[in-house]
Design a protein around this ligand. Structure first.
Ligand code: PEP
Ligand code: MN
Length: 333
């Protein structure tokens, strides 16, 4: 249950009530909330005097539920970039899978500036499937991203591989990405709960929608209200494409949760030839953002070479999204 505490109750008292009810105490929209175990379905006589409003749930999706907030949350990435809420914005994010060198990330930053893309993506701590693959440039790569941030005024999203470098990612980026393989990592989820930085949580490729949103609840219940979901493809029986982009799942998330949703067609299909059409399908669905991998020379990319678009392919795709955005009442930002 979520109990909205009366505004005459101070934080100390709310924390005492939280202990009594085994509840998380979180702030939302200027009020204090007690988020109790879902099995609690009624406010006891003893607690009624402290509570102004209550919300009952039949599963462990509480803070992320539309039954609690009936619209999509607005997540502010910076003073002039917001998604969700009343904005109708679809934020286009692009960049390489990994930072590989200063020259490569500089070229990527220049592509963003040329097209008006405001957020650059690139991983520095890569959670690879094999120990023999490129693992990322680590802190050195993050500092290169930070350089692009100051030089070009771009915002940065980069992924966290384990909880040891969450603070570095927070320091050098504007959105913390939790990758598909880390969706269940409680060290990362709990560290991200303690910051106010927007967090992009990717769906694990073998997880249900319920499990996905429950992971988001770890961040929300720990105190960070800025969570964005990302569908990036799930594993099915099909092997011709890398994963299967679950657009049905996206429809479900839009209907039942209050979190903005960014779609990642690149990791879903895994092959550049299909990325433009799939991206247009995502745009037509009216998502809050798109994450598309690009590389100055995809054939030599150190990770995810087969799916990254070259700059010409991306430029054509980006132009083609504009009329689709208009048709579905979205603003590309
Ligand atoms: C990535 O964004 O480069 C990445 C590794 O994605 P995922 O976690 O979805 O595999
Ligand atoms: Mn990648």
């Amino acid at each position: 249950m979520i109990l909205r505490v009366k505004n005459t109750i101070d934080e100390k008292k709310a924390n005492e009530l939280g202990k009594e009810l085994d509840a998380f105490v979180v702030k939302y929209d200027g009020s204090l909330l007690l988020v109790t175990p879902t099995k609690l379905k009624e406010v006891s006589e003893k607690h009624k005097e402290f509570v102004s409003e209550s919300f009952v749930f039949n599963d462990d999706i509480q803070l992320a539920s539309k039954k609690f907030i009936p619209h999509t949350r607005e997540i502010k990435i910076s003073d002039n970039i917001s998604i969700g809420g009343k904005t109708n914005n679809t934020v286009v994010i692009t960049g390489p899978c990994s930072v590989e060198s200063e020259e490569q990330i500089e070229q990527s930053a220049q592509l963003c500036v040329k097209l008006g893309v405001q957020i650059i993506r690139a991983g520095c701590f890569k959670p690879r499937t094999s120990p023999y693959s490129f693992q990322g440039m680590g802190l050195e790569g993050l500092k290169l991203l930070d350089k692009m941030r100051s030089k070009y005024g771009l915002k940065v999203i980069s992924e966290v591989r384990d909880s040891t470098h969450v603070q570095d990612i927070i320091q050098y980026s504007d959105i913390v990405q939790i990758g598909a393989k880390s969706m269940y990592d409680h060290g990362i989820l709990k560290a991200c709960a303690k910051t106010n930085k927007p967090v992009l949580l990717k769906r694990g490729f073998g997880t249900t929608l319920q499990e996905f949103v429950q992971s988001a609840e770890f961040i929300l219940s720990g105190g960070n209200e800025n969570v964005i979901l990302c569908e990036r493809g799930i594993r099915t029986f099909e092997t011709k494409t890398r994963f299967t982009l679950d657009l049905c799942g996206v429809a479900w998330l839009k209907e039942h949760t209050n979190l903005p949703i960014i779609l990642d067609p690149s990791h879903a299909i895994g092959y550049a030839y299909g990325v433009p059409d799939l991206t247009r399908a995502c745009m037509a669905m009216g998502c809050d953002g798109l994450l598309i991998e690009t590389h100055p020379n995809p054939s030599v990319a150190k990770s995810d070479a087969s799916q990254q678009l070259n700059f010409d392919q991306f430029t054509k795709l980006y132009e083609s999204l504009k009329s689709i955005a208009t048709a579905v009442n979205k603003n590309i930002i």
